[in-house]
Design a protein around this ligand. Structure first.
Ligand SMILES: Cc1cc2nc3c(=O)[nH]c(=O)nc-3n(C[C@H](O)[C@H](O)[C@H](O)COP(=O)(O)OP(=O)(O)OC[C@H]3O[C@@H](n4cnc5c(N)ncnc54)[C@H](O)[C@@H]3O)c2cc1C
Ligand SMILES: *[C@@H]1O[C@H](CO)[C@@H](O)[C@H](O)[C@H]1NC(C)=O
Ligand SMILES: *[C@@H]1O[C@H](CO)[C@@H](O)[C@H](O)[C@H]1NC(C)=O
Ligand SMILES: *[C@@H]1O[C@H](CO)[C@@H](O)[C@H](O)[C@H]1NC(C)=O
Ligand SMILES: *[C@@H]1O[C@H](CO)[C@@H](O)[C@H](O)[C@H]1NC(C)=O
Ligand SMILES: *[C@@H]1O[C@H](CO)[C@@H](O)[C@H](O)[C@H]1NC(C)=O
Ligand SMILES: *[C@@H]1O[C@H](CO)[C@@H](O)[C@H](O)[C@H]1NC(C)=O
Ligand SMILES: *[C@@H]1O[C@H](CO)[C@@H](O)[C@H](O)[C@H]1NC(C)=O
Ligand SMILES: *[C@@H]1O[C@H](CO)[C@@H](O)[C@H](O)[C@H]1NC(C)=O
Ligand SMILES: *[C@@H]1O[C@H](CO)[C@@H](O)[C@H](O)[C@H]1NC(C)=O
Ligand SMILES: *[C@@H]1O[C@H](CO)[C@@H](O)[C@H](O)[C@H]1NC(C)=O
Length: 593
């Protein structure tokens, strides 16, 4: 396929950069009120909101640069081409035993806006039970569904208001920062998914709007898109305020570790950050008068904590780092959604397969998007999906209990993609039109980990998601593939589907389905939980319910690592919501406006 080449040839400078600082030596201060580490999804929200008060000074530090001019971060359909490019950290896992010892690339956003700049845009706030479970696990009712509603409204700006009947008007905000919408490019698949859903009913029945709080059933996908463009934490929160006089955004710089600061706020106040621009750079130290806030993401945050001597004594002392705060859960309980792609050959010439193979068509489609923000590229590659619980009568509950948050949450997900989407080792075949069903577990019980491999921030930590290690996860992967077959057996598909493609066609028993998952399994890039919040007195967890690192003062974490459990949905909107609540917690503590 030529698509990558065409894409690279057409990288265009779309807008001029805002005011950025490119080296620590250009900073005019050595102390700021707040030092934000990582200007990704959560970090952009914090940088923007905390600098609303002109009396405080904010330094936001980002390892990567600005990706504002990277075309594929703007045109939604092109998001799939971003992994492995300049906007990606290019992490890799060690061999994953559950996946026949294959290693996986692990994509994370590198640069302003972080992963919100390269993710696949799906817009989910999680279920009612998810948030209520977090409130109960942390002992803080401020995390409950009801209490978090105002933060959802601050983030969500739903722009598909003319699509009457296709969404729940009460489930949305209309003046938030992130543009969100229903699919902007209808495909022939959409009505077939609707028909099959209506025909089968039950667990597959149509749901008007998952964001009403029940993440079950089949529905249209909502995405962080408006006017045919991606809406990211960078475009929604950061770029509009980047010129503020009290905000410095330092790029191309990593925080190598935190050290005890001179702040009077208490003992073990990790309020100084060592900034470094390369593996050999000794770095300079910057102080926070009020707080350091780690928003370096689910891999970066535990790495920085561990390098600072905050973590499991047993693991960090192996590397000769002395433990300053012994917090065994740092980097542990990494959770992510395992998934596998099942492909069907279809009787159509309208899937995006031809677009990926025909460079003329690709260039025409790109030109259309560039000229008028219309055409196939205004949309992500998927328009519909299903969340399912195990059937009520299943004996899984007796064997493994119910790891989900509750009745409004699913155990598995199937995403319908109108073409051959590469999720895993199989590349698009040279011929044929396809339907991809990306099937995964959304309530996994496997616990992975993030541990240091070296003491240098320029080396990646060891990221071991351990996919499908647990029996529950294996059984659920098999079940979701059975559900795929059931769904595709609906008569709605009979003129469209030619048949299952490749090894999936032969995965006819439970054992063969599990083998299929081991051979082709991948993930949906929703890692969370490596610095979980918990009640202040609890023996587990890394943070208290206000996101302050236990045993320290002046140090907070705000990003996907704080999640006490994994959402049974996509994760970006919960990150934005957590960040918006964190802003209120921080502003209240320091009496900011
Ligand atoms: C390929 C992909 C597809 C996805 N698809 C979806 C989707 O469709 N829908 C959805 O809801 N979610 C999706 N997600 C998940 C979602 O994007 C993330 O959950 C969310 O963006 C995480 O936000 P964060 O703030 O925790 O981390 P990030 O946004 O990753 O931000 C972390 C930031 O910290 C920086 N950083 C790290 N270490 C350092 C350091 N030492 N010094 C300075 N800076 C540092 C990073 O460069 C980055 O900018 C996807 C993710 C990926 C990668
Ligand atoms: C990821 O790989 C791409 C392509 O080689 C490269 O441009 C980019 O700098 C890498 N990312 C990091 C963080 O090194
Ligand atoms: C994976 O590696 C482990 C450890 O080396 C080994 O015990 C196991 O047999 C391997 N599994 C497969 C399927 O090769
Ligand atoms: C809603 O409006 C958008 C743009 O204004 C248009 O493209 C779309 O077709 C409309 N949708 C409906 C359902 O009317
Ligand atoms: C949201 O959409 C409006 C109208 O298309 C646009 O002006 C604005 O820049 C968009 N915001 C973001 C964050 O994408
Ligand atoms: C797809 O195109 C081929 C070649 O033009 C044609 O033979 C075939 O009938 C088309 N199929 C459909 C379903 O339109
Ligand atoms: C490629 O796309 C162009 C533009 O739509 C079309 O004219 C041409 O026939 C296509 N080529 C092939 C081989 O299908
Ligand atoms: C993962 O950790 C949690 C919390 O300690 C525990 O309840 C669960 O059993 C663990 N999962 C597995 C598969 O061991
Ligand atoms: C860990 O570091 C060693 C060198 O010290 C390197 O060979 C190895 O590849 C690293 N492992 C990972 C998972 O990065
Ligand atoms: C699908 O239909 C075929 C043929 O009718 C049947 O043999 C098979 O059991 C069905 N599979 C499922 C999962 O419903
Ligand atoms: C399925 O297995 C049979 C018998 O082993 C083999 O002949 C056939 O090619 C396989 N089908 C696919 C699609 O791999």
């Amino acid at each position: 396929m030529d698509c990558r080449r065409v894409l690279v040839a057409s990288l265009l400078a779309i807008q001029a950069l805002g005011r950025l600082v490119f080296s620590p030596s250009e900073l005019t201060q050595t102390e700021y009120d707040f030092v934000i580490v990582g200007v990704g999804t959560a970090g952009s929200v914090l940088a923007s909101r905390l600098s609303e008060d002109p009396s405080v000074s904010v330094l936001a530090i980002e390892a990567g640069g600005s990706n504002e001019d990277v075309l594929a971060t703007i045109a939604p359909f092109l998001a799939v081409s971003l992994p492995g490019t300049s906007v990606d950290w290019n992490y890799t896992t060690p061999p994953i035993e559950g996946y026949n010892n294959r290693t996986l690339g692990y994509t994370r956003g590198y640069g302003l806006g972080g992963s919100s700049v390269l993710n696949l845009l799906t817009w989910n706030r999680g279920s009612i039970d998810l948030w209520n479970r977090w409130a109960s696990l942390t002992g803080d009712s401020g995390w409950s569904w009801d209490a978090m509603e105002p933060y959802w409204l601050k983030v969500d700006n739903f722009v598909s208001q003319n699509a009457t009947g296709k969404y729940d008007p009460l489930a949305h905000g209309y003046s938030g920062e992130v543009n969100t919408s229903l699919p902007g490019w209808p495909t022939e698949l959409d009505p077939l998914v609707c028909k099959a859903s209506a025909e089968l009913g039950g667990r597959f029945a149509w749901t008007q709007d998952h964001n009403s709080g029940t993440f079950l059933g089949t529905s249209y996908m909502q995405s962080a898109i408006g006017g045919g463009e991606r809406s990211s934490a960078a475009t929604a929160y950061l770029y509009p305020v980047i010129e503020r006089a009290n905000l410095d955004v330092l790029v191309n710089t990593r925080v190598a570790k935190l050290v005890e600061g001179s702040s009077k706020s208490g003992t073990l106040s990790f309020t100084s950050a060592v900034l470094s621009q390369g593996p050999e750079d000794e770095g300079v130290t910057i102080n926070a008068a009020k707080e350091v806030i780690l928003s370096a993401g689910v891999f970066g945050t535990p790495q920085i904590l561990q390098l600072s001597g905050i973590g499991a004594k047993s693991s960090i002392e192996n590397l000769g780092i002395s433990t300053i705060v012994d917090l065994p859960d740092v980097g542990e309980f990494l959770k992510d959604h395992p998934a596998v792609a099942a492909y069907y050959l279809v009787n159509s010439n309208n899937t995006f397969d031809s677009l990926l193979r025909n460079s003329t068509l690709f260039a025409d489609t790109l030109a259309e998007w560039q000229a008028t923000r219309s055409g196939r590229f205004v949309d992500s590659p998927a328009n519909t999906y299903t969340f399912l619980r195990w059937p009520e009568e299943s004996d899984i509950y007796a064997i493994h209990g119910d790891p989900s948050s509750g009745e409004t949450s699913g155990h598995m997900e199937v995403i319908f993609v109108d073409g051959f989407a590469q999720f895993g080792p199989l590349a698009q075949p040279a011929e044929g039109s396809f339907l991809t069903l990306l099937a995964g577990v959304v309530s996994p019980t496997t616990n992975g980990s993030v541990t240091l491999n070296t003491t240098n921030i320029f080396d990646q930590p060891t990221i071991a998601p351990d996919f499908i290690a647990s029996e529950f996860d294996q059984a659920t992967m098999v079940q979701v593939l059975k559900d795929v077959e059931t769904f595709m057996n609906a008569s709605a598909w009979k003129d469209f589907i030619i048949g299952p493609y490749g090894d999936f066609a032969n995965a006819t028993t439970d054992a063969l389905k599990l083998q299929f998952v081991r051979k082709y399994g991948s993930n949906i890039n929703h890692p969370v939980g490596t610095a979980r919040m918990s009640p202040r007195e609890a023996s587990w967890g890394v943070l208290d319910a206000e996101l302050l690192v236990k045993g320290t003062s002046g140090l907070r974490v705000v990003d996907a690592s704080v999640f006490p459990t994994i959402p049974e949905s996509h994760t970006q909107a919960p990150v934005y919501m957590v960040a918006e609540r964190a802003v209120d917690l921080i502003k209240a503590k320091h009496l900011l406006s």
